[in-house]
Write a new protein. Structure first.
Lengths: 245, 245, 245, 245
DNA sequence: TATGAATGAGTCTTCATTCAT
DNA sequence: CATGAATGAAGACTCATTCAT
């Protein structure tokens, strides 16, 4: 229909994208129990076309997973520069959990030191782990996350939260639960105060009663201007980062 | 229902138990992706025998699930009398998580208001929920668990922890994580510590045939039409040759 | 329970009879598509018991068929002595059709000169054919049935009528049809008069407008005592038979 | 519905036609007792191909039946214009009987008021009934067929004649019988003549194993648990020996 | 290159038949 | 001798994958 500029190439790319997104959705809902024919049908292409792009169902799965990881990596990298470490870490985690649907199970491969055949997958997994590790360590350095957590721990927690979210029928209630669990990753000193649910941490990260840098809980004073940081150290650190860009 | 008379019953009972335990293990590992023939083989019986006892794969699944729930219910009831409320609740939860393996996903039905066809399954689910609710409320009454948690919340957390546990390869580390998460359900927490890693993932090469055009080796796949060419190029070349002469 | 007179023998006989009757009914309805287990269950015995009495499903089938044939043979023999030839023949045929249900198909074996493995079956089939042939020839001798019909023809007609009867949902209508078809076996000279349906030939063989001996149609005179025979010959023949017993 | 575009369609159409004709023949001979694999094999295609064209065995059956009905309808319509009413009716009926083989039994659905799920089937059945009814009424109007016959009667007669024809081994004799029966539908009849016989029935012996106790030969049955003993006596003897030592 | 038809191994399920008790 | 559990071949059906067009 469209007068071709680069020839069929554009169509092929569009097809590939369509297949990926369709497969992504279906895998997220039905977790592998999806016939390839169904994917082809919904993508509006023939079965052969799927196989021209992805030589195996496994390959398609991997492509979906790689794409998913890349999106998460991008989101993580954005957070690394734009947010305070602790906020970045928790925001990232919540994002991962919310975006993964039932694909969370595939994430199990991420938990491995990962010698996986497919090179691209390995690369994506590694990049994901790097981002995750960086965010984790940064948050740990500023004391916003328990020091005894490894990246593998965090991955496992994320996968678990994913399935919590799909289990709890009430989506809002599910998010509250995830929030609660993620709060459990904060240093135990502040555990006493975690008792208020917050639904808005992700959507509007500015309005919180936690330290904007390290995420530690801030005492609520009835009077005066509400505190943004837990102390001078965090305030100074945040300022330096602001100035750096 | 209750088997009380003599005769060959003993054998049948033993068989049934064997099948159930085999199925339980396999479902716990592979989550429904288990051929019934495999279960039969491992239980040392014929396929027909499985069907004599469980008229459907679904029926077997339900039986496994019911048995699992009954065990959990029994454990929960024991805890109700022998332990302090908070300890009973957390002990029960940890027990549930540790025993459920990948069956945790089946537990999703538990999270529902649960109008399930099979009467026995429904009954078991209800009893499970009753026990869970009782333990939860008792613990909440003595202030050992956050007051804003519903039974559905707890079920979701349990399911999530189940998948955390199977994700984290290091069992000890997994348990520590679960502990951490469960502690998040307390109004104020006390936590334990530890950490390690592990991993494995394999890929199998397989015997090969040769491309009918270029002679390159072809992978033998267990399903689908056996390949004759190594790809479209060779196929096309062969076709041209066919058409030419 | 019962104090044994002849020991278990009585029970066994009763069981065998029960099985036969159950099997007979089920075969008549579902034409072979009956699991042996179902027969066992309905007869109130174990599967093994069926096999003790009938070493094969085929054997059971044969037994059922033999019993059915024996009943038909007995009925046929009764008719040979108690009725005029033509009446005997048509009455027998109608009886066969009505009693056979879907077992009619099994009757196909009867159409064969029948070198069948099972000796008892062969014997029964032969006896059945003998009775049928005798009735047919007697009726033909008195001119009540077309002379160009062979026993095989008659068997085929009977089988066909059987399936006519099961096809026509309305049982009465079905019987009328069968009657019509059977009337087609009478000498063609009288065809003109076959246009009235009679539902009562079988149940009350006395009230017919046909000759009570040879079955030829009788002219209906508006006055006088209704005729019973088509002429003196038949009347005399009938009388001799009455006197003979 | 109508295939008009080019491409591989031709092959597919050929395959579909082949399957239909193979299935039609086999159903006509064995009446549903045909494994789909057998149909596939004879049509020279894989099992999956059959399922691509007919999602269910039932669907295949219906397709066969629909095709059969359509052919009959076409034949009926041709007769409506080219023949005198009575001749058209009887010619059609004879045609139906001769073409239907054992499929006649499927025709039972035609006898029903016919609320059948499959729309196409229903449509075909209705068209068939319409043609049949039209032919019947036309013939009745000119006095060529008894006035007291309903379309349902005629269908039942046709089905019955079908099974007459398959029962009578001698095809010519069978046709003569059918002729005779159909003539019975006329107010007054004219008949044809003829007669012959034929037959065959086989039983297969099979390879044999030996009784584990007395060494007598055992018949090898294709299904069921393979026998180890020649009967209960030997089994019991063997058992006593086992228990003794 | 895209299409969708063909392939066939593998799954669930049934049922005739034998065996242990 | 009766019972019902066990057996396993065979049938319906699915779906990953390749091939002809």
């Amino acid at each position: 229909m469209t007068a071709a500029s680069g020839g069929e190439r554009a169509d092929a790319r569009r097809n590939r994208a369509k297949m990926l997104s369709v497969a992504s959705e279906l895998f997220a809902e039905h977790e592998l129990e999806v016939p390839l024919g169904e994917i082809a049908r919904r993508a509006g292409v023939g079965a052969g076309t799927v196989y021209r792009h992805f030589p195996t169902k496994q390959a398609l799965l991997e492509a979906v997973f790689v794409q998913h990881l890349e999106e998460l990596v991008a989101s993580g990298e954005r957070r690394m520069v734009g947010f305070a470490p602790t906020q970045a870490f928790f925001g990232f985690l919540m994002h991962v959990v919310e975006k993964s649907g039932r694909r969370g199970h595939l994430c199990e491969v991420v938990a491995a030191d990962a010698s996986w055949p497919h090179p691209m997958l390995t690369a994506s997994v590694q990049r994901f782990r790097q981002v995750l590790t960086a965010l984790l360590q940064a948050a740990q350095r500023v004391g916003g996350v328990r020091a005894d957590l490894s990246p593998d721990d965090v991955v496992a927690v994320a996968v678990g939260c994913t399935s919590m979210l799909t289990t709890r029928r009430d989506r809002a209630a599910g998010r509250r639960l995830v929030q609660l669990v993620l709060d459990g990753l904060r240093p135990s000193a502040d555990v006493t105060e975690r008792s208020v649910f917050r639904d808005d941490l992700v959507s509007s990260p500015g309005r919180v009663e936690l330290c904007a840098d390290c995420g530690v809980k801030l005492p609520l004073r009835p009077t005066g201007r509400p505190a943004r940081y837990c102390g001078p150290t965090c305030r100074q650190r945040a300022r330096r980062r602001r100035l750096a860009g």
